[in-house]
Design a protein around this ligand. Structure first.
Ligand code: NAD
Ligand code: MG
Length: 407
């Protein structure tokens, strides 16, 4: 039997992180040890991180917010703990060896520098953290190509397209890529109704169980917008060759239309363990622990046009691709802050789109020459949106004060 492949898992306590551990558990138990976990990184939830480290015998761990450690007991002496906002990158720099696999499942632009460090260390990257490509695709893709690194998509739609592209000879053969969207909890609803949605309504995704940020992005269709930009970088195709179609059953995850009229689609039940495992075992396929298709239960596959009036972010994303430079970093950074504010009940659901639109329209797009340019654009977008949120909150407090004085 071959040596097990060394794996570093970034974002281990999240939805993708936990599913990745399920895949590793299953594969290591089923027929010998396929993977050896050598590093784990998380943002918070130190208790979960420490129990994962104990279960998988991992000595090197990273925690972005170490404040939660105080209540959770101490880290064993045998462990090396990296802590603080740079900790995931520091972990990669310390532990990664040429040929390892890094599963990048941190949420948001916080994951960018660890992905770049993984490429620099010569590791293949199973990439779930789509915000990395949205904000910094123009840095990540050339660096991966120069280093001969495989960037293996974990996002289900991109995994589907990646699979449908095996054996293709590049752009001249491709008519377009199509990413499917479940439509989320607000499919078929009017724009005005959607804008007033509550947090509970927005968090109730019909087909996928995911972390809170991507669940809100799925309700606003921002997730599809980010995925269109992610596809542009991963598959090196222009905006006019990437399309989105609504497919409520989430069985077909994506397809490639070839110039000769053939269409290749990839299907499977909505279970992230399938694309996670494929990214980890590529180019091989092995027995897995994800859900299998039940053809008896499946009665029909439905496709609908996306309602761009109700869900404007996808068209915005095409414009972001055309603008290039730091436009993606601004689009993403603004959205991250707006989603946090919506989840904290500080702004209404419709406010997310308004704030992102204001940010992309107001902030100047610059060229990206280094990570510092991406970080500057991300910081500017976050500050811009935060400042407006403070204003929105103080305006609404004024209104409620006036209301109570009058009442
Ligand atoms: P999640 O919120 O469930 O988990 C995020 C993980 O990142 C957690 O472990 C958290 O502790 C960690 N983290 C956050 N900030 C960090 C930091 N600064 N340093 C280190 N770790 C940090 O999110 P998720 O749903 O698992 O999504 C993770 C990524 O995968 C996102 O980019 C998302 O868009 C993408 N993705 C998720 C799914 C899904 O089904 N959940 C599907 C496709 C793509
Ligand atoms: Mg997806």
């Amino acid at each position: 039997m071959n040596q097990p492949r060394r794996v570093i898992l970034l974002g281990s306590t999240g939805s993708i992180g936990e599913s990745t551990l399920d895949v590793i558990r299953h594969m290591n138990q089923s027929d010998g040890q396929h993977f050896e976990l050598v590093g784990l990184a998380a943002g918070t939830r130190s208790e979960t991180l420490l129990s994962q480290a104990a279960e998988f015998g991992v000595d090197s761990i990273a925690l972005a917010d170490p404040s939660s450690l105080q209540n959770d007991g101490s880290v064993p002496d045998s462990h090396t703990l990296y802590s603080g906002p740079q900790s995931a990158r520091q972990l990669v720099e310390a532990v990664a060896r040429e040929g390892d696999l890094v599963v990048a499942a941190i949420v948001g632009s916080a994951g960018i520098d660890a992905v770049l460090a993984s490429i620099d260390a010569g590791c293949d990257v199973a990439l779930a953290n789509k915000e990395t490509l949205v904000a910094a695709g123009s840095l990540v893709m050339p660096r991966a190509r120069e280093r001969g690194i495989h960037l293996l998509p974990v996002d289900s739609e991109h995994s589907a397209i990646f699979q449908c592209l095996q054996g293709s000879h590049g752009e001249r053969e491709i008519e377009r890529l199509v990413i499917t969207a479940s439509g989320g909890p607000f499919r078929g609803k009017a724009r005005d109704t959607i804008r007033k949605a509550t947090r509970e309504q927005a968090l109730a995704h019909p087909t996928w169980s995911m972390g809170p940020k991507i669940t809100i992005d799925s309700a606003s269709m921002m997730n599809k917008a980010l995925e269109v930009i992610e596809a542009h970088w991963l598959f090196d195709l222009p905006a006019d060759k990437i399309d989105v179609i609504v497919h409520p059953q989430s069985i077909i995850h994506g397809f490639v239309e070839y110039v000769d009229g053939s269409v290749l689609a990839q299907m499977g039940p909505p279970d992230m363990k399938t694309p996670i495992q494929y990214a980890m075992t590529w180019p091989e396929r092995v027995d897995g622990c994800s859900r299998k298709m039940n053809w008896i239960e499946l009665r029909s596959l439905v496709f609908e046009q996306l309602d761009h009036e109700a869900f404007p972010p996808v068209q915005q994303a095409l414009e972001v691709i055309r603008k290039g430079g730091t436009a993606g970093a601004v689009f993403n950074g603004a959205n991250e802050v707006a989603v946090e504010a919506f989840l904290a009940d500080d702004i209404p659901f419709g406010g997310i789109h308004d704030l992102v639109t204001e940010a992309v329209e107001s902030i100047e797009v610059k060229e990206i020459r280094s990570l510092a340019d991406v970080e500057a654009a991300d910081t500017e977008a976050r500050a811009f949106v935060r400042e407006r949120i403070v204003r929105i909150m103080s305006d609404s407090n004024d209104i409620s004060t006036v209301g109570s004085e009058n009442g």
